[in-house]
Write a protein that binds this ligand. Structure first.
Ligand SMILES: [Fe+2]
Length: 375
């Protein structure tokens, strides 16, 4: 067999090329949008792409699956419950896809998304047992995929984790992510084993109630441009440009410069609406990073744009994206709203239309309370 893991540093995603050296048939799982890298690999090894599989409808990166199907005539496979507008080969739990001497067995592992599947790789000439599992965003290294982006289910994720951890110890685990927003506490390694995760994945030790409570704690920071990316992956929109594919240099300013900003500057708070409502820089308008690409026409191009989030991580990526799409006067606020609060500056509450600061809540914030929201 042939097996290659391809890591994408920009979004923390992993994709896979699996092939039979005997029959030269290949499968690609969770492809990135830049499909030339797979074309080159297939050509170099003289493989024929038979299947392209998305483990689920991705929310954080645009899939290259339809592009690969168009170029190579492969079957595009998703679980039968996937809500997409284009034709697919619908997969069922337990189904096996033959690939030369190999077998790719579908294991339904919903949670992060209801349609999420894992793929067991079996090489019968070597062993009747699976030796590897591609887990998508179900089991991650030291973590599991977040179920709280919409369309997920923490209880289902618990059952899926339990199901995966019943596999033999030796099974090598290759997840869909090694970093990025789809988990809360990924270790950073690109692979692990079932045995190691059963012993040392902190979530594997929790009972059902504690597991669900942990996974649903806090406000989920949905990925940058999730709305546009997910719509594209469902076939409802064509916005592949919504991926942040570059890291342009972006000016970063401190809270002093934010306070002394020119009067025409627009402060764009890219946190979730709930975080915004719990306290934001006075005058900031809410545009969650998840909706940035789909609401791009609301961002003025003729005024300075200052992006702000909780601590300065999301705002930097949002500012890079705005720069990528040609908006030039952009800066990100270093330290974010937390630094603003920490410096004892007043905050406003409520939605965008209500810019009135409430004194009592401001005082509560100034008393040193810390947000529990994650970046
Ligand atoms: Fe995902």
């Amino acid at each position: 067999m042939y097996f290659k893991q391809i890591l994408d540093e920009r979004c923390g995603c992993a994709s896979y090329l699996i092939a039979s050296r005997g029959s030269h048939e290949a499968a690609i799982v969770d492809p990135a949008v830049e499909t030339q890298q797979y074309d080159a690999l297939l050509a170099e090894r003289n493989f024929r792409l038979r299947y392209v599989i998305d483990t689920h409808v991705h929310a954080d990166h645009v899939s290259g699956a339809r592009d690969l199907r168009a170029k190579h005539g492969a079957e595009l496979c998703l679980h039968e419950s996937a809500q997409v507008t284009y034709p697919i080969r619908p997969l069922k739990d337990g189904e096996e896809l033959p690939l030369g001497q190999l077998r790719l067995r579908v294991l339904r592992t919903p949670g992060h998304r209801l349609e999420l599947i894992s793929i067991l790789i079996i090489n019968p000439p070597r062993s009747p047992e699976p030796s590897m599992v591609l887990t998508g965003d179900s089991l991650l290294v030291g973590d599991v995929g977040r179920p709280d982006f919409g369309g997920g289910d923490a209880a289902a994720q618990y059952e899926s984790l339990s199901r995966l951890l019943r596999l033999p110890d030796w099974v090598a685990v290759f997840p869909g992510h090694f970093e990025g927003p789809c988990g809360k506490g990924m270790c950073g390694r690109p692979s692990t084993t079932i045995g190691f995760e059963r012993l040392y994945n902190p979530l594997a030790r929790l009972d059902r109630a504690a597991f669900i409570a942990t996974l649903t704690d806090g406000v989920p920071a949905r990925p940058l441009n999730m709305t546009a990316i997910e719509a594209t992956n469902r076939g409802l929109a064509e916005m592949p440009w919504a991926m942040l594919t570059s890291t342009p240099p972006v000016r970063e300013i401190d809270i002093g410069a934010l306070e002394a900003r020119p009067p025409d500057a627009v402060v764009l708070d890219v946190r979730e609406p709930e975080e915004y409502a719990h306290g934001h820089v006075p005058g900031a308008v809410s545009l969650p990073q998840a909706d940035l690409a789909s609401r791009l026409d609301e961002v003025p191009r003729d005024r300075p744009i200052l992006t702000v989030c909780e601590r300065g991580i999301r705002s930097l990526r949002a500012a890079q994206f705005l720069t990528q799409v040609g908006i030039t006067q952009v800066a990100s606020v270093n330290g974010g709203t937390a630094a603003w609060r920490g410096a004892g500056k007043p905050v406003s509450f409520g939605d965008t239309a209500l810019e009135k600061s409430r004194v009592a809540e401001s005082e509560w914030t100034h008393a040193g309370a810390r947000s529990s929201y994650r970046i």
